[in-house]
Ligand binder design. Structure first.
Ligand code: SF4
Ligand code: SF4
Ligand code: SF4
Ligand code: FES
Length: 943
């Protein structure tokens, strides 16, 4: 194994279709028009010395290292900023060029510490490489004059160090922050000799606008910006390409290693989802994988009030199987079930549902997608015929109007958020529909044309009002609709939305959005060119989540915005493999590939292949499992990689259900909150410890590769095999590739997927089969998967959760950049420096009415429960709306959320809870007790 080195072509790829032929050093080459001479030379294998150029950004032309001679032209132009031209003859190596380059390099080195042997970047420094490349052997100027060698280091960022004394002011970091990340946190201050890179107005990195994405560190050609782990451990010696285990963007990374120790995670330029970019989580927050709180020994206990007892794997598995068998013998086959994990691989998820259907003999399997994107599955399935986003991420480059509904891409899906911002800086228009003024509404050089700050719970009314404007103002793409959609259903829908009760003026009184904003946004989306809709949990986690998804699909069909690049309907998926866990048959009514369990043909095929009888009736969803537990008919649960106590709504109901069960088996990295109710704890494995695949939000299947042995002895898929064997349902796989082969054999949309294909192509987007052997970046191109697109009537039915005198405010919840979901991983990293606790955002007007000041403790109360947290006063939320995250177990925001859920899928209504907020003295008693209990569990485990 060795380090994976990606070629840096110096300047970005030109997308021109027109080709140009030129001669470089006597060799003819043909490249797309707009290519730089530097890149053209690199493509034929000639590396021109460079310092300020890199192919992740536009050329800058400041270092003067890359000069060339062009026959018939005066001077020595910079090859990075000079485009190719037909017939030109370029020389990259002459004695004159060598002399100039050596002189430039000598000047750089004369103001640079000569500590190469002890420098952290030794062996990985472009300045060092270029000094060698130009043949610099001595420096004539001493250090006597003014220089920058004594400048201070900025160590404020927990993940990287900024050593200004090594800076050559090439500006790559500044441009990376602007062009790649879109944060504009860095500037070059001062002029000439005084030029310096500085975060903000000479602030420390940690205090600046910097979001720690790492793009500047990656771009820096010297040791000025260096990962702390490289400084601490040294240079890596081999790398393994794998996929981030945090969000649904699915960034590809090179895990750069020393032996079994991760030195750094470097975003992989060939990763088709991230194109070489990253966010703070994937880039830096992987330390949880080796955190000391990881549980590495299986444990059992007969009562949840007993202390844990460490046991061997054999004993833990035997105990699990005997308990499950005992429960089934006494209470029937349907008395147990399981929950798959959207953080685990496709192969692991497939195995868990197979174990439950085949080994447990029932369909009581569900997944955390139940609580996030199940309405996407339903809504897009009904309208388009398939339960997934329509586009690849690259498609946004061709969008003219971007609509973001109930999503916060710069925090929740940061790498895609950066690409979206780039397209917006290039001129695409933006409509944001969100109760909060999220970052994307106004960031450097990006400002939404329309922000519709609707009241939580009124999505259907707003999207239907947009449709009203489109239909009544004659903005429907009639030719498209006639050709691609069911015309009768369209007419029925058009009559429905045209009703005056759906007009922006009529809905204004309960959505809170001025009618002219809705009209303007509708006109822009319908007439502004390619319109692409991106949405998130702010759409799905409502009692009408499925209705809003269908309303969005209606809008896209009515305007002809489906079936080509630049358009589409795109759910931004929360967890890394939430798409995959749904694809793999994690819902109680569906076999892999979204095929209903009641369908005889498909079920018989699985029965035959698995050699077992399968029940025809759908099993229980998570909330129904918990209800049945409280009623006494559901007593055993296998939970792989989920923390339902913290992530599911109405915590009291969840804990009551779990406490009523006789055998709860939790398989996880840490003793999570659900483990407080478990009888068996099986130590799970991190994404670094296993092989498999994840599927991201663009349906892209990517490899996860093992970089270290499982710390507790087994990868998660192997643990499921052990349970299956003990439950007398052996599944003899030796490698996850065999599991994928089985998935491909049984699932038409995966028929062409194999590890060989992924090895060869890097990734592939399903459907991938005989009809689409290279996968499907854009769906519904010639026709919808279901044939004709289907318009659905979307009546707005207000949620039963209403504000009133007792609970006058609406709580909505979300995610923050540095943290991830319930925080099990990120809380165990330095990311906590940015977000030590959950805080409540409250509008100045509401805060003043209640006598609440910045950072005060407040009590947040709903009809379900109450919790306490600190307040921050901000106009990011509208009056009447409060907002918090649920990353910290001591806050337990889900104590507050109610048991209302989506009518079609049971997805909980996290985004709308009527609450009251009042000053408080500190954490509630139960929070203190809870924290003490959690600490105690961790202490017992540590002992
Ligand atoms: S880490 Fe990212 S956000 Fe921070 S300065 Fe560097 S490029 Fe900008
Ligand atoms: S910090 Fe690095 S990338 Fe930025 S200007 Fe200095 S040398 Fe160039
Ligand atoms: S954007 Fe998502 S997938 Fe990419 S590095 Fe960040 S958390 Fe990981
Ligand atoms: S690499 Fe071309 S001027 Fe710096």
């Amino acid at each position: 194994m060795s380090l994976v080195h990606e070629i840096d072509y110096g300047t970005p790829l030109s997308k021109s279709e027109k080709m140009v032929t030129l001669t470089i050093d006597g060799q003819e080459i043909t490249v797309p028009e707009g290519t730089s001479i530097m890149r053209a030379a690199m493509e034929m294998g000639t590396q021109i010395p460079k310092l300020c150029a890199t192919d992740m950004m536009d050329a800058w032309g400041s270092c003067r290292m890359c000069l060339v001679e062009i026959e018939g032209r005066n001077g020595t132009p910079a090859s990075c900023t000079t485009p190719v031209a037909p017939g030109i003859k370029v020389k990259t190596q002459t004695s004159r060029l060598a002399e100039i380059r050596k002189g430039v390099m000598e000047l750089y080195i004369s103001d640079h510490p000569l500590d190469c042997l002890t420098c952290a970047a030794n062996g990985d420094c472009e300045l060092q490489d270029m000094a060698g490349a130009v043949g610099l052997r001595e420096v004539r100027y001493g250090y006597e004059g003014d220089n920058h060698l004594g400048l201070d280091k900025d160590t404020s960022n927990p993940y990287f160090t900024f050593d200004t004394s090594k800076c050559i002011v090439c500006s790559r970091c500044v441009r990376a922050c602007e062009e790649v990340q879109g944060t504009f946190a860095l500037t070059i201050s001062g002029r000439g000799f005084e030029s310096r890179v500085s975060p903000g107005m000479d602030e420390a990195f940690f205090d600046s606008e910097c979001v720690s994405c790492g793009a500047c560190v990656q771009a820096c050609p010297t040791a000025t910006l260096t990962e702390n782990k490289v400084i601490e451990i040294g240079q890596p010696e081999h790398s393994v390409v794998t996929t981030c285990a945090y969000c649904g963007v699915g960034c590809a990374f090179k895990a750069e290693m020393r032996g079994e120790e991760v030195v750094r995670m470097v975003p992989y330029k060939d990763g088709k989802a991230n194109r070489g970019h990253s966010c703070v989580k994937g880039r830096f927050a992987w330390g949880y994988a080796t955190h000391k709180e990881r549980i590495l020994k299986p444990m059992i206990r007969s009562k949840i009030t007993d202390p844990w007892k460490e046991v061997s794997w054999e004993e833990a598995i035997a105990y699990t199987a005997s308990e499950f068998k005992r429960i089934q013998a006494k209470h029937g086959k349907a008395s147990i079930g399981g929950i798959t994990s959207s953080r685990c691989t496709n192969e692991e998820t497939y195995l868990v549902q197979k174990l439950i259907r085949g080994g447990f003999g029932n369909n009581n399997v569900d997944t955390c997608a139940r609580v996030c994107h199940s309405p996407t599955g339903y809504g897009l399935g009904q309208t388009f015929g398939t339960s997934a986003g329509t586009q690849d991420f690259d498609s946004v480059e061709d969008s003219d109007v971007i609509v973001v509904i109930g999503a916060n891409p710069t925090d929740g899906h940061p790498v895609f958020g950066s690409r979206m911002k780039k397209r917006l800086r290039e001129g695409a228009r933006l409509i944001v529909i969100d109760p909060r003024k999220t970052d994307i509404v106004r960031t450097p050089h990006v400002e939404a044309d329309y922000h519709l700050p609707l009241l939580p719970g009124t999505n259907v009314a707003i999207v239907t009002a947009l449709a009203h404007v489109i239909v009544t103002e004659g903005l429907v793409a009639e030719d498209y609709v006639r050709e691609r959609c069911d015309w009768d259903e369209f007419q029925n829908w058009a009559a429905f939305v045209a009703d005056p009760r759906h007009s922006p003026e009529a809905v204004e009184k309960y959505t809170g959005v001025p009618a002219e904003l809705v009209r303007g946004a509708a006109r822009l989306y319908a007439t502004g060119g390619n319109g692409a809709i991106y949405y998130g949990l702010g759409v799905t986690e409502h009692s009408q989540g499925s209705t809003t998804v269908m309303a969005i699909a209606n809008l896209a069909m009515a305007t002809g915005n489906i079936g080509r690049r630049g358009v589409g309907v795109n759910p931004l998926r929360g967890q890394n493999n939430v798409q995959g866990s749904c694809d793999m048959g994690s819902f109680p009514h569906e076999l892999p590939g979204y095929r209903h369990i009641a369908g005889d043909e498909v079920r018989h095929m699985f029965e035959e292949f698995w050699g077992v009888h399968l029940e025809k009736e759908p099993g229980l969803r998570i909330p129904n499992m918990l209800d049945a537990a409280v009623e006494g008919s559901f007593l055993g649960l296998y939970v792989q990689g989920e923390d339902i106590v913290q992530s599911d709504p109405d915590t009291k109901h969840v804990t009551a259900g779990l406490a009523a069960m006789e055998c709860v088996v939790v398989q996880d990295l840490f003793l999570n909150e659900t483990a407080n109710y478990a009888h068996v704890f099986l130590p799970g494995s991190s994404f670094l410890e296993k092989d498999g695949t994840f599927t991201n939000a663009e349906r892209r299947i990517q490899r996860v590769r093992k970089v270290m042995a499982p710390k507790a002895g087994y990868a998660d898929w192997e643990i499921t095999l052990l349970i299956a064997e003990a439950m007398d349902f052996p599944m003899p796989y030796e490698h996850p590739s065999q599991i994928m082969d089985e998935i491909a054999r049984l699932t038409p949309s995966f028929a062409g997927v194999s590890y060989e294909k992924l090895e060869q192509d890097g990734s592939v987007q399903w459907p991938c089969n005989d009809k689409a052997p290279e996968g499907t970046p854009i769906m519904h191109i010639d026709h919808f998967v279901r044939g004709k697109g289907r318009f659905m009537v979307t009546e707005y039915i207000p949620t039963d959760e209403r504000t009133g005198a007792r609970f006058p405010l609406l709580l909505t919840t979300g995610r923050i950049l540095s943290q991830y979901n319930v925080g099990a991983q990120t809380r165990r990293t330095e990311n906590s420096m940015w977000h030590e606790e959950d805080v409540l955002e409250i509008h100045p007007h509401d805060a003043e009415q209640r006598g609440i000041r910045e950072h005060d403790w407040v009590r947040l109360e709903s009809r379900s429960g109450s919790t306490s947290l600190r307040a921050t006063i901000t106009d990011r939320v509208a009056p009447g709306v409060v907002y918090t995250t649920f990353h910290h177990p001591s806050t337990q925001a889900n104590v507050i959320t109610t048991d209302f859920s989506d009518w079609a899928t049971n997805c909980p209504e996290y985004k709308v809870t009527a609450v009251q907020v009042m000053p408080s003295n500190g954490p509630s008693q139960w929070q203190e007790e809870y924290e003490a209990m959690a600490k105690n569990s961790r202490r017992i485990a540590a002992e």
